[in-house]
Design a protein around this ligand. Structure first.
Ligand SMILES: [Zn+2]
Ligand SMILES: [Zn+2]
Length: 642
């Protein structure tokens, strides 16, 4: 197992909590900047990132010493970067370790000669081929090799495809994590779920307008809109120029919660000069504008008023706090009780209400167990599973394996999120199962994406007018379209760059060069193990799921080379034994033949290993010839000395 618990071993606090709080005092800011200008060794200043990384220092006394206020000041005010000027000869490298071959597992490195900053560290969900794999996380090899340069992780927002990998990375190395309030709470929850305590991690809240200093790279948090509150875009100030990371975004002038995207800041950065924009491309191939989340409220209003006599089940992303909030509002308005289904949904709603993002009147929520006490028209169920995830609550309701809720023909089921590319098949499957139960399914209209369509992407490129465009967050086709949108907004054709995971893109004020690629890929997380499920295990699981298994068991005497009992052939998931007695008989005869063949081979004793291999091979060939199937074949041979 590749698992490494470095992060847990040193139970030391690296940061005085009080020191990490943001300070907006201009005097001390100036002092800091001066201090840094004169002192190139940023070790003290960037405590969080640097000292912990090198093993020696980590154990040294230096770190235990509480930091002074100045040293601990990692969050600066926006003012501090007003004097920022890029160096025309400097270079910055952009290295996506994930997120470019699919939607999911986003992680991008911003690197110069001295420092690396990690933007997001997400997971993706395994596709159907990856049986029994719970999660897919990025390959951290390159990060482990360059651990001394990494100054920290900056998070754009709290979606799984951006934060899911953080606990796994923190097990490998100790790094400070910066995120806005909700994302930070979600990360903290994850870390604690994995048994990590406050000594093992270092989390900092960043507010909009804050600038995080990470080595000589500064990261400014800028308000954007997306389907989860507190989403940020990042202006990353490197020596070579500003790299603007849009995060996942849409332009919502009338969001349900909080402020609209800070377009003024985008414009002023554009005026300052932006080197490169790394943009969300998810919806680039959709023309026009994404509707405001507020529109969803109107649709729900209609659904609730038209289906007053039915139970309403709404499936959406657990993390779409705004959407959940709107359903809750309508439920309360129409006097319905709400039951929440799905572990991640329960957790998110819990956290969001603790942080004040959702107002939950005490009597509005009921436990699913108690739903029976109410009539259908008095209840709403909010559930996970809108992406057809096979283990999610909605899938279990659809296929009848949910313990508490079974679908009735009178149910109205609202699928309130469009399938993410790649999930279409699983979603269709769930819809089929729900339709078979004669429930009413509402799919359209309710969906308002959290991602920008073409016109919004153009707006952002127009405001920022970067030298380079590097589309992110999407499959090739999405990124290609985003690149041409950037070109239509004035980015030069040769400067709209489509790169792949692992590519090292080096930019300077005038040049863009691909400098090879670094190790990247997917690591499978299976239960608690990380990376211990190799392709062989996966192949076995696949064979099992598709073709079943045949077990050939017998007891043999190796000395006298005789079969003492058996062979018995058992099959699972392969053929109906009753209907194929003949076939099984033939298999048994074949196993006996193979045994006899092996028994007549020279040698002191019967070679069990050889026998197993032969049975597997011969039986495999026989079954393939007869029925064109390749079940897994498991010879179970017990030795008894006669
Ligand atoms: Zn997102
Ligand atoms: Zn995303």
């Amino acid at each position: 197992m590749k698992q490494n618990n470095k992060g847990n071993k040193h139970g030391k606090k690296f940061m005085d909590k009080k020191n990490k709080t943001k300070q907006k005092n201009m005097d001390s800011l100036e002092k800091n900047i001066k201090k840094n200008a004169s002192d190139n060794s940023t070790v003290k200043f960037v405590h969080a990132g640097q000292e912990k990384m090198s093993g020696k220092k980590r154990l040294g006394k230096e770190v235990k010493k509480p930091m002074t206020k100045e040293e601990g000041q990692l969050l600066l005010n926006k003012v501090s970067i007003d004097s920022y000027k890029p160096n025309p000869n400097a270079k910055v490298r952009i290295i996506p370790l994930g997120g470019l071959d699919q939607i999911g597992m986003n992680i991008t490195l911003i690197e110069d000669d001295d420092d690396i900053v990690i933007v997001d560290c997400g997971t993706s969900f395994p596709d159907d081929e990856l049986l029994g794999i719970d999660l897919v996380i990025p390959d951290f090899t390159y990060l482990k090799e360059n651990v001394d340069k990494i100054r920290g992780i900056v998070i754009t927002h709290g979606h799984e495809d951006h934060i899911g990998g953080v606990p796994y990375l923190l097990r490998e190395m100790h790094l400070p994590v910066y995120a806005t309030k909700l994302a930070l709470a979600l990360i903290k929850h994850k870390l604690e779920e994995q048994g990590m305590t406050e000594n093992d991690y270092e989390l900092h809240q960043a507010n909009f307008g804050d600038v995080v200093r990470l080595g000589n790279i500064y990261v400014e948090y800028i308000k954007t809109n997306h389907s989860i509150v507190d989403s940020a875009a990042l202006a990353i100030y490197t020596k070579a120029g500003i790299v603007f990371h849009t995060g996942d975004f849409k332009v919502d002038y009338t969001p349900v919660f909080g402020d609209a995207i800070d377009l003024r800041r985008y414009a002023s950065l554009g005026a300052k000069g932006v080197l490169a924009v790394l943009s969300d491309s998810t919806n680039a191939i959709k023309p026009g504008f994404t509707m405001s989340e507020r529109v969803v409220g109107q649709t729900f209003e209609q659904i609730f008023s038209e289906h007053k006599d039915s139970r309403i089940i709404v499936a959406t992303f657990a993390s779409n706090v705004d959407r959940v909030r709107q359903v809750l509002d309508k439920a309360i308005k129409y006097g319905r009780k709400v039951a929440i289904e799905g572990r991640s949904m329960v957790q998110t709603i819990d956290l969001a209400s603790q942080l004040g993002y959702i107002d939950l009147p005490a009597n509005a929520i009921v436990d699913s167990e108690l739903l029976k006490a109410y009539t259908d028209e008095q209840t709403v169920i909010i559930t996970t599973g809108s992406q057809g995830e096979s283990m999610a609550a909605l899938s279990r309701m659809a296929n009848g394996s949910h313990k508490k809720i079974s679908i009735k023909p009178s149910d109205v089921i609202v699928l309130s999120s469009t399938p993410i590319p790649g999930n279409e098949k699983s979603v269709a499957k769930v819809i089929n199962e729900l339709s078979r139960k004669h429930a009413t399914i509402i799919m359209h209209e309710t969906h308002v994406s959290g991602h920008a369509c073409a016109e919004e992407i153009k707006l952002i490129y127009s405001l920022l007018s970067p030298t380079f465009a590097v589309p992110m967050h999407g499959e090739y086709r999405h990124r290609k379209e985003a690149a041409s949108l950037a070109v239509s907004c004035g980015v030069r054709g040769e400067n709209a760059l489509i790169i792949e995971n692992g590519d090292v893109l080096e930019l300077s004020a005038e040049t863009a060069e691909l400098k090879g690629s670094v190790t990247n890929g997917k690591v499978f997380v299976d239960g608690l193990g990380i990376g211990d499920v190799g392709s062989v295990v996966l192949r076995d699981r696949q064979a099992l799921s598709q073709n079943g298994i045949i077990i050939a068991s017998m007891v043999v005497d190796t000395r006298s080379r005789r079969i003492l009992s058996g062979p018995n052939l058992t099959s699972r998931g392969f053929i109906y034994v009753k209907e194929s007695i003949d076939l099984i008989d033939e298999c048994r005869d074949l196993v006996i033949d193979v045994f006899n063949k092996c028994a007549s081979m020279p040698g002191k004793e019967l070679d069990i290993k050889k026998l197993q291999i032969e049975i597997r091979m011969e039986l495999g060939q026989f079954l393939w010839k007869r029925i064109k199937r390749q079940p897994m074949i498991l010879p179970l041979i017990m030795e008894l000395e006669g």
